[in-house]
Design a protein around this ligand. Sequence first.
Ligand code: ATP
Ligand code: MG
Length: 503
Amino acid sequence: MPSAGQDIASVIKKQIEEFGGELSMVDVGTVIEAADGVARIHGLSGVKYSEVLSFPGGVLGMALNLEENGVGAVILGDYLGIKEGDEVKSTGKIIQVPVGNDMLGRVLDPLGRPLDGKGDFSSSDTFPVEKIAPGVVERKSVDQPVQFGLKIVDAMVPVGRGQRELVIGDRVTGKTSLCVDALINQKDSEILGVYVAIGQKASKVAQIVSRLEENGALDNTIVVTANASDPAPLQYLAPYAGCAMAEFFMSQGKDVLIVYDDLTKHAWAYRQMSLLLKRPPGREAYPGDVFYLHSRLLERAARIDANFGGGSITALPIIETQAGDVSSYIPTNVISITDGQLYLEPDLFNSGVRPAVNSGLSVTRVGSSAQLKGMKKVAGSLKSEMAQYASLATFAQFGTEDLDSVTKRQLERGARLTEILKQDENSPLPYENQVTIIFIANSGGFDDFPVEEVRRYETEWHEYVNANLPEVMSDISKSEEINEENEIKLNDAFSAFKSTMTK
Ligand code: ATP
Ligand code: MG
């Protein structure tokens, strides 16, 4: 039996514990200066880096500069109402975002607040916005593709699950479009999407959201947006918030494709924030840690080994260049962080080659190990044909009369393959159709058609083959390869198709 003394001791103990609970430290400080979305605060001696601060009127902030005699914080929201003398409370929480399945199909701000008027979600889980990337032990090498549904990408520059592939190019070269197409192609796959818009016009983001919706891909996608009119700190947070939401799915063993559109504007937002916080400017006035800004974000893309739960995050960061200059500061940083790049060229774009991917300058360090067998087989000769064509085309622009027949044939073939690799927006092509069209084009099937007719014949061929050879198509799709028997059937079918076309 417990003695009376023990009882009293336990009661006192309990009271002390509860007393401690109530006493959860609230650090209070005072705003001594507030301007341009940045506040300098006196007090808050116990605050942590990137801790959430509470300003009057429910406005949130984030502590960033922890100095000896004060704290520099950015204000995440409407900063115009905040003035000198205002009281600031620490919250003890490092910045977090809500995560969960019911965020799919929604448009959110970087703090996870809905912007689409579809109401709150029930999810109560949160993930920290900043997280240390998975280590090498947990990772697995990349060997499964993320199908973009775009022939030029899936055949020439395949992207694997867990890879970081940079999409780089000048203004208006189809960067966003290419990435949105990749998201649209996941509508029936098990890969979930996150699209992060940073510093874009609200109208553009609305267009992208409706494009995803019209093509049936929004239900599998989260859109996180901090628009050009939002404060720089929100733009700064957006990609980390999107990544945290993706990490939730990865922690459940799922695959995610995340698009950061774009990191150039992200770097601008960070530069603005850093200058206002009076951090020392370095090259091009960016703060010294601008490399770390993007490296710690892109490190979080990973393919996790099945022993550690599996799942992956594939990242497509976008960088906008000025007049094709890939050697300036931010582009070189991000090129060195990623596993390859899709280089979009204005000249190609303007001459109607869309997607304007320059296949010679685009690379993937993961290579064809992230390609399905059938595609690997047909893409090999496509790559060499295209490389030869690229080098010959430069000479050929001075006239083709004196060229020998082999060179002429290569030029003819190259011109037709270029046509085959063109693709409209919102029209992803299934894997088996990609394999068959490249197989036929490689073996010279389209050489007899005039170049300007090739795309029309391509469309008709897809319809023809889907209608007439359904078992071959489903075999290629299921087995993921193209065997000799099917090759013969395809060649025969193409001859029949061609005779109906030229009649
Ligand atoms: P910005 O620099 O403004 O972000 P961007 O490089 O992201 O531009 P997009 O907005 O994707 O480029 O595309 C620019 C225009 O090109 C859009 O009007 C789009 O409809 C068109 N476009 C992009 N890809 C294709 C395509 N494959 N076929 C036809 N049109 C395309
Ligand atoms: Mg864009």
